[in-house]
Design a protein around this ligand. Sequence first.
Ligand code: SF4
Length: 977
Amino acid sequence: MTTTDRSPVERLGERVSAARSEVTERGETFYPGPSRVHLAAFPPKERWDDWVELDSRSWPRRVEKRSMLVPTTCFNCESACGLLAYVDKETLQVRKFEGNPEHPGSRGRNCAKGPATYNQVTDPDRILHPMRRVGGRGEGRWEQVDWDTALDDIAARVRTAIENDTPNRVMYHVGRPGEDGFTERVMASWGVDGHNSHTNVCSSGARSGYHYWSGIDRPSPDHANARVMLLISSHLETGHYFNPHAQRIIEAKQRGAKLIVLDTRLSNTATHADHWISPYPGTEAAIMLAVAQNLIETKRYNREFVRRWWNWKEYLRAVHPDRPETFEAFEEVLATLYTEYTPEFAEAESGVEASVIREITELVAGAGTALSTHNWRSAAAGNLGGWQVSRTLFLVSALLGAVASPGGTHLNAWNKFVPKPMHVPGHPHQWNELTWPLEYPLAMNELSFILPHMMQEGRGTLDVYFSRVYNPVWTNPDGMVWTEVLRDEEMIGCHVALTPTWNETAYLADYVLPMGLASERHDLHSYEQYDGQWIGFRQPVLRAARERMGETITDTRQANPGEVWEENEFWMELSWRIDPDGSLGIKKFYESPKNPEQRMSVDDYYGWIFENSVPGLPEKAAEEGLTPLQFMRRYGAFEVSSHVGQVFERAVDSQQLEGKHVTDLGRVYSTSPKPPAENLAPTGAPQPDAQGRNPVGVEVDGVVKRGFPTPSGKLEFYSPTVAEWGWPEYGIPTYIRSHIHRDRLAEDQKVLISTFRLPTQIHTRSANAKWLNELAQTNPLWIHPQDAAALGVSTGELVRVSTDIGYFVVKAWVTEGIRPGVVACSHHMGRWVTKEQPERNGGQTAATVDLVREGSTWTMKRLKGVGPYESNDPDTARIWWGDVGVHQNMTFPVHPDPISGMHCWHQAVRVTKAEPGDSYGDISVDTDKSRAVYREWLGKTRDARQVSPDGSRRPYWLMRPLKPGPDVFRIPGQGDA
Ligand code: SF4
């Protein structure tokens, strides 16, 4: 193809992708843009102290606006793209946010949600002061309190819980952390096993599949160098790390790489695919196995890679002890394992034609080691057994040897960099059975979404519950069970909501504490977005700008609006007050290194990390005459390494092989002291052997290689962990029929896909981002024309969607972009505020509702949608829309996967025409039915007390946030762990 064959858009894109900074004759950085005349895309970094633009509103007069450009990090999804705040030098206010060209992951580009940070910062309805409830929880009466009052009360409660030896009655429940390790360190310093995440309503399914293979729980596909990209979900528009990935996917497409997308919906991602595959939900693993079987049958797999890196010998020994432990014997067995997974079988399961499956198999086979693959939420988050979706997807990569190869799928621990902070607290010596119950020994993350059910069963209560960037009443399934528990002061003594905006969970808090938005707080983070490692530094931009102008600022509240604070300083101050005299052993973790009598500052914390824990940063900063902290404040990001490659192939240094012991499966242990903390080490590394020797690698063809952080050191095609912990039938990658498999549905039921995002919304966080709200305000039910005709509904008409515990009433959207028999509704809309709350708490996005409880039945009736209103932002008087969508998650019961712990989001539903009296947005839920479904799914588990092979609660090698010490892994009353 010649240049002239390409469309203008493609040529434009090529120039964008080719953009790399250069130095001009003036000694300035030049960031080439897409313009044909080669205009710059970004201001040269040498002029970031004084950037001049003409004021567009003053035209035709030439009025100069001078800005200081201060980097920070977007917080509107998990990608953590770089932003540049344009801080007006006269008013010291932010004028706008654009991309940061110095950020290695996002490279100056953002999606719509990045610049919309400006809306959030200037939101007229944001919370500016600490608030305390007056009257009963949820009654909507609030009073303003000062920070000291709130801090002293909360600190006293936490201290009492610790002193009473009930530390697990303190829980911190986070939605989007947006940081690497800061708050885990806080919980560890308090000695509580109190970390609770949202991960089991998000990504545990996919994580499990990757973790059982590799010991690492996330993929890092190298799309930019791929020949073929195989995605299970919508990564081009909304998925995990989507902007950094999307730009690299498009670069690869421009080179001619092919994109295969499995997505039941015709998503924006699917529209960009060369091959869009729309399977019946939950059958994706069957398709992957059909692809794998073909590679095996035609011997187009990478034989050397499989021989060297799969734990095939361990598999033969455990499952085929009668066979010789030779690779040839394994290949004979492998040839028989998946023979039932023909394209015709996959077609019968998925509805995707066998010929299409054959076609994509040929593409995949031709990609060789340049096949990049990715699954994150999507099918892995929707289905019972969804974790096998990522496990079978990785099987395809592992068959081709496309693991950490150029254009292949890398692993996150090697493409992510988490520096060590000073004073690392030890492991807590507590085990919290409210988050890690014995029924789920293999769960990847906390069983967070069944917390209220377990509390209602009498398994425990909480003294202090912190919710942070999290809105479980609205985000989780079974929101009304959450409401029942959050309203109950016997179950939750004090609920502290740390949030910039009001939300359905904050309405049920005792304290609502205003926390900074993306440009008003400090955080450190790193995410796997290409074959390299970077760190990004989120900072309060007004604070940084004023410091650049010579001011001294000691507390971020001095620069933030109102009394808005940030989590970092909040946790440090709270910890200081919990242990003022140091008697609890907490204070020492918060002492300033310069003066132990003073509390640590954020400059102390990050300054130490940047000076001591980030290789190459001090030298790079010195080149510019800056301290490492000054460098990060100026540029916001630093690339630690690039082209990391196949870490598992690296030979282990002979100094680490003292007293070397090699098991007959090739695992290598040594008595060498553990090497200093490595940048590439994942957190869930296997434990020492019975003699206390450390695992240092694995012997491959006579050489000790670093290998993978699995118990075997190899890629675990066969997972002894899964097999020995009660699930031998799932030891190797396989296909598990979903809870919404066709055979399990009644004649009149359909599958509801509820897991997809809208590209311009982000859960609770995009509330009051007016540009985003103008772009997306509703979430109609996608329904195929055949199904719509059978029901007699057309676009815009109301339908009732009934789940196992209730129903919601929504508008239909008739589209061929969905399979017959499947309906879909995005979870991003349907915010609400009860009529008892102050009206402005609902802001621009929430419908005002009447929420009524009668026994176990909750009904929600919409009183009004949104509309224009007066505020200090004239745009709120111009709101032209009234719709806000419908809250569907509230009508979903909990479906915890018995292995991964992931909530299986897909629902078996009945879709009917709306009934007389039904109105848009009506919701009804019976929480007695919720409890029955919870117990039904609990019955699918295999309890550690029955299946644990060694008397422990959970395999010690598995990753776990805030991992406790080995001493508390033992099940009370059972043998040694
Ligand atoms: S992809 Fe968009 S929302 Fe996500 S971090 Fe980047 S700019 Fe922000």
